[in-house]
Design a protein around this ligand. Sequence first.
Ligand code: FE2
Ligand code: FE2
Length: 273
Amino acid sequence: MKRWTLDDIPWDKLDRSKVDRDVLAVVKAASLVEHNGGDYATYLCNVFGDDPEFQEVAKAWALEEVQHGQALGKWARIADPDFNFDAAFKRFTDGYRLPLEATSSVRGSRTGELIARCIVETGTSSYYTALGEATDEPVLREICRHIAADELRHYKMFYTHMKRYLEREPLGFFMRVKIALGRVLESEDDELPYAYFAANGGGSYERRRFSQAYIRRAYSYYRPHHVERGIAMVLKAVGANPNGWLGRFLSALSYRFMQYRVRRLAIAETTGG
Ligand SMILES: [Fe+2]
Ligand SMILES: [Fe+2]
């Protein structure tokens, strides 16, 4: 059962004077990726073909992801009446396809698949927390608060099943780190840049250009405490100590790197480089 619905959002309080153009652009992109969650459930049900308990959980999870897309899409449509969500979603799914026909995980094992899902939920829970705290627009803050709470719950759900699978399909520590790192790096692959392109247009699709446009905005909302919590969640997912020196070191390093990229990309955008 869903914990909240679109009716719980106070849409009449949306203040268009507080809508930032960059925030609007990333919310449009996020609405498409989230709304595509139903396809991911199809993939997970194939991969976990003999696990009806997990299939049920995956289907319920996907409904919540689709609802995230609906809420963000509705906010973007009210904030920008020229935004055509349906046309943008079609452009996105026409150009970006998940491996729906796969019957085994693209991560090499089911434990690996669940680790990758933990990484994705880490990314979304920290991202919506950061975005919600960065915006002054009250309705978007409320939407982000609901979504971030869902994403944290999703992380816990995938983590619980990952622990269960770890006993059936053991995976060494370094393999877990490799999968987690691979999924972190993948976040700069096609899905988000293509969604950014499909939602915002601007010429033909070039991965590098749209990836940079997306990252320059998305990374700018993070503050040190968002990164610290995200790193702790990643470390927990791979079986490392989430609260030790390694977490502090990686958090400081990641935050500096993100800030550096935001600065570099902002300069490149203004100079056309
Ligand atoms: Fe989501
Ligand atoms: Fe999620």
